[in-house]
Design a protein. Sequence first.
Length: 318
Amino acid sequence: MRVASDFEPAWWLPGGNLQTLYPFLFRRPAVPELRRERLELPDGDFVDIDWNEQAAGPLTLLLHGLEGSIGSHYVRGLLNSLAGCGLRTALLYFRGCSGEPNRLARSYHSGDTGDLDVVVRHIRSRCGDTPLFVVGVSLGGNVILKWLGENAQQNLVAKAVAVSVPFELNAAAARLQRGFSRFYQWFLLRKLQRSARRKAERQQLPIAVRDLARLDTFRKFDDRVTAPLHGFAGVDDYYLKSSSRPFMRHIHTPTLVLQAADDPFMTAAVIPAQDELGPGVRLEVSRSGGHVGFVSGRWPWQPRYWMDERICRFLTGP
């Protein structure tokens, strides 16, 4: 079901860029007390999971966005907000994002659902009859939607949420080459290049370290680094096979998707239509909200982070 969102953006944050930048610059949630677990993967690599066990209710697995971590404002915000509404939380770090490079040359990517599947089954085997939810932001949301579409009849996860999803990776990469969105591309590419240089000190990459700086668009980086490292024929093969949009028609799990029409990481044209959604999907589209923004509130000194509130209502509701 595709419906209009009831989100009302703050009058003092008009437009997608301000909605995106305000929480990035000014939201400073406290870091909760976390317990780290290292999970060994079947291919000899590992992922780290940070557990926030302040609450005793159902468990929520949180997936961050591209190069995200506990340092990301939305991660800390959600960890605190979910605990506040009675949910235990486990933050899954994609390979190489927990502060320590992963062991293998390969890393993670927008369509990599294999690690999520291993982690979900690992958690499910430990938490008995406790309901398990999954929440993914940006790249993490794309991974969740693709996994749900690939596993239409799964009964491991009770509910799911995806926020600010790049439904079509090719279109998202193109959008980030235009206008002010080039700032976001520059910022994220610097982080990707830094991670690649650090990894190159330990493993051989398909590109020389000195050439990484020349990869000044996502398309170039994904063609020279992401695609060959993960077995794709090239950037177009990677984008085609990893985009979540074609998988959404197969989703039966109750799934909330929060998307803003003015998200500067993509265009409104990539947001799926009603006939592209599976029976479990509720896609709420707001006219504004930016990318992982969704800031409301009457005054700048009293912002409300509506995204967190909406996720809690969905997960704790009937």
